[in-house]
Structures are given as C-alpha cells and as structure tokens.
Ligand binder design. Structure first.
Ligand SMILES: [Zn+2]
Length: 426
C-alpha cells in the first residue's frame, strides 16, 4: 500500500513539471539547391509535430533554425547529409538554455499591501529588467489606467478560451477625428520580448507623455499587450512549456492549440500553414475559429476607419515585415509601406547598430497565410500593416536574455516614433 502511495506521488510529481527539452538541439540549416530546399519545406509543412522550425525555411541559400528532439537527431542529420545541406548546431541543449533563462523571470506578484496610491505614482512590478507573467502585466495595465485616467482607458475585448481577460488600452487625450495606431503583442506565446516591448511602449506613451506630448495629442493608440493570454500563461507555468507557441484551445485529437497567427480570414489556409493539429502552424478548423483571433478582429474593426497603422510585435529575426504573407506578389502600395519602414529602420539601427531587414513576409520568410497583418491590410483596410520581428537573430532566439529587453525596446521605439510622425501627417 505504501508503495502504491509512493508510486502515485511519484507519478503526480512527474506530471507536475514543465515540459523538458533535455537533449533537444537547434540546428541552423542551409539548403544549397532547390531539391534540398523542397525537402526542408516538406519537413516544415508535414512534420512540424516533430521538427519545430524556430524560423521558417525561406529560400535556397538562406538559413533556417530547427529544433530537433534527441530521438530524431540521427534521422535529421542523415537527411541533411543525404541532400548535402550545410548545417551546424546552434543550441546544443535547449533545456540548459531554459534553465539559464529562468533567472530572467520576475518573481510572482506579492499580495497587495494596503497602501494608498500616491497621486501620479502607479504601483506595479514591471521594470523591464526581467520577464513578467500575465498577472503582473494585468496589474500594470490596471494601475496605469487608474493613475492616468485622463490618458488611458482600459476596456475588455472579451475573454480567451480559458477565460483570461483580453484588455485593450486606448491612449488618447480625447477629441475625435484623430488618426490611430493599433499595436499588439504576444500572439505567439513563447516570444516573451513582445509583451515586454508592448507594455514598455504603453509606459513610454503615458508616463513619459510630457517628453513627447505630440504622439498622444495627435494620435489615438489602441494597444493589446497579450493576444494569447492562455499560451503566454502556459509558457510560465511550472507544469507548462516554455516553448509553447499556439493558444490552448483543444482540437479533435490529442494535440492542443491553434496558431492564432494562421487563423485570420484573409486567404486563410492557402499555404504556409498546416492542417495537422499537432503542428506549430496549425491554422485551425476554419478562419477565425479561435476566440482570441475574433476578439482582436472585432477590436480592430471597431476602430479601423481611423487606424492608419497596425503593428504586430514578434520575435525573432530582426525583420520589419509588410504584407503579403499569402503570396509573393506585392501590395499595390508596397513602395509606401517600404519607404516608411526604411525610415523607421534607419532610426532603429542608428541607436546601437542592430540591423533589420525590410520586405514582405513571403519574400523574406516564405509563404504564411492567415496571418494577422495580411488581414489587417486586406480585411480591415489598414494601409500600413507591419509585423516587427524583434531581437535577436537566433543566438538566444525566444529566450532573449532579460538584460536585452531595454536595449531592444529603446531601439524599436525609435522606429515606432518615425511611424508616429508619419501618422500625424496622414
Ligand atoms: Zn511570432
């Protein structure tokens, strides 16, 4: 009997641990000809349940990062060598990187002390020197709204599948007829730098309003800091998975989650996404099948007539991307989007030399249909639709060390300011 208890306890504690990546390796792979490139794309499209492509296969002679489970490294390397691909191991043991990056997580919120809020001093724990979980981000959102009621209004766009609220902040000095910028982060759960930037952007616009009042006096900002709150929570959970990407809604089979950024209804399911439920880019059973995508859609549509720019913040790769993702064809007004992106990236890179590449999603990263930026432009009619893939280029990937959060934020802010200046003149 005692043995049974011990066994039950052992099983329970074994189950109650975060998913481990012992022996998982990240390979940087380069296909040098069409045939071998097609092999990579086939793995990406058909075996993303096994091979986790941290970056999409782009073109012949471009590199892609693939995480490979230990049971498949031999098979994978055999394929690479059979097709004469160039490769090297970029991360030797993913679990080790996860252990290291645990140090970058802010401690959970302490119970609120019964303090009066002093005027003009919001009480929140975010300091952008570590990564914060969902409760800390929502505390920040509520505190900043309560402290600056003349600048910030928080409303709910609805709830996620698991019942997490999905707030949107309107940052505005009031009045009507202003141009707007819609910005969101955290659609992919594991890209922690994204909410870390978007929350910082909120702070900069609001707490630092006096340093640059023109950006809020002349523009209404609609900002959603975490589009995938269930997935984000799962990446922090001691029983979750640091490298989770999708949302947490169940599918018909055993695998959970839809890639929200393949679920939007603009040329949905026309390439660069998968119908395999276990795949990282599973597009869902139908366009807008996922409540989180519908919540964003409705929030955007309600302000689309005043919105000139849509920003979707992701990591990683250092790309400033424009539509389209569903086709290699360029939008009619591509030059406008490109020119503004170029001005933004010039300022961004001037901060400390971080290079960004500009172009359409398809032409830089390969086909990806059902993405939010394509829908923002094609579905909601927002002309300047940008996906910004922030730091880094893969040394740390999704586990960007927290000591790079501020540097990342400061440089991306320079780019955002350029776009804001342009919006004021539109
Ligand atoms: Zn992403």
């Amino acid at each position: 009997m005692r043995l049974l208890f011990a066994l039950a306890f052992f099983i329970a504690s074994a189950l109650a641990t975060q998913r481990r990546y012992d022996g998982y390796q990240v390979y940087q792979v380069k296909a040098k000809d069409r045939v071998s490139f097609d092999v990579l794309v086939k793995l990406y499209n058909e075996r993303s349940d096994v091979y986790d492509f941290w970056t999409e296969p782009r073109y012949v002679d471009f590199t892609t990062d693939v995480m490979v489970p230990p049971a498949f490294t031999k098979t994978f390397v055999d394929v690479l060598e059979a097709f004469n691909m160039e490769y090297h191991i970029k991360i030797d043991d993913v679990q080790q990187e996860i252990e290291l990056s645990r140090l970058d997580i802010a401690p959970p919120l302490a119970p609120k002390k019964a303090l009066q809020r002093s005027p003009g001093t919001p009480r929140y724990s975010l300091d952008w020197t570590s990564y914060s979980d969902l409760p800390a981000i929502y505390e920040f959102v509520n505190e900043i709204a309560a402290t600056y009621p003349n600048l910030v209004t928080v409303t709910s766009t609805g709830q996620s599948y698991l019942g997490n609220d999905m707030p949107i902040l309107k940052i505005s000095t009031g009045g009507s007829g202003k141009n707007a910028i819609f910005a969101e982060g955290g659609i992919h759960a594991r890209e922690w730098i994204s909410p870390a930037f978007v929350t910082w952007l909120i702070r900069e616009l609001v707490e630092n309003y006096a340093a640059h009042p023109q950006y809020v006096d002349n523009i209404d900002w609609y900002i959603m800091p975490v589009l995938n709150p269930d997935g984000y929570t799962y990446t922090f959970s001691p029983t979750g998975d640091r490298l989770w990407r999708k949302n947490r809604a169940p599918n018909s089979g055993v695998c959970v989650g839809t890639d929200l950024n393949r679920n939007f209804d603009y040329y949905w399911n026309t390439g660069g996404s998968t119908s395999i439920e276990c795949g990282e880019t599973y597009h869902g059973g139908a366009a807008f099948s996922q409540v989180e995508a519908r919540n964003v859609r409705d929030a955007m549509l309600s302000v689309a007539n005043q919105t000139k720019v849509y920003f979707s913040f992701h990591s990683y790769g250092q790309y400033w991307l424009t539509p389209w993702g569903y086709t290699s064809a360029l939008p009619d007004d591509y030059q406008d989007l490109y020119d503004l992106a170029q001005s933004a990236v010039d300022k961004l890179t001037a901060v400390e030399g971080t290079p960004y590449t500009i172009g359409t999603s398809t032409n830089l990263l390969g086909l990806a249909s059902g993405c939010s930026d394509d829908w923002a432009k094609g579905g909601a009619g927002i002309k300047y639709s940008y996906t910004v893939e922030m730091r880094d280029t893969g040394r740390f990937g999704f586990q960007l060390p927290a000591d790079q959060i501020l540097a990342n934020n400061l440089e991306v802010w320079e780019g955002v300011k350029v776009v804001a200046e342009a919006v004021m003149l539109m």
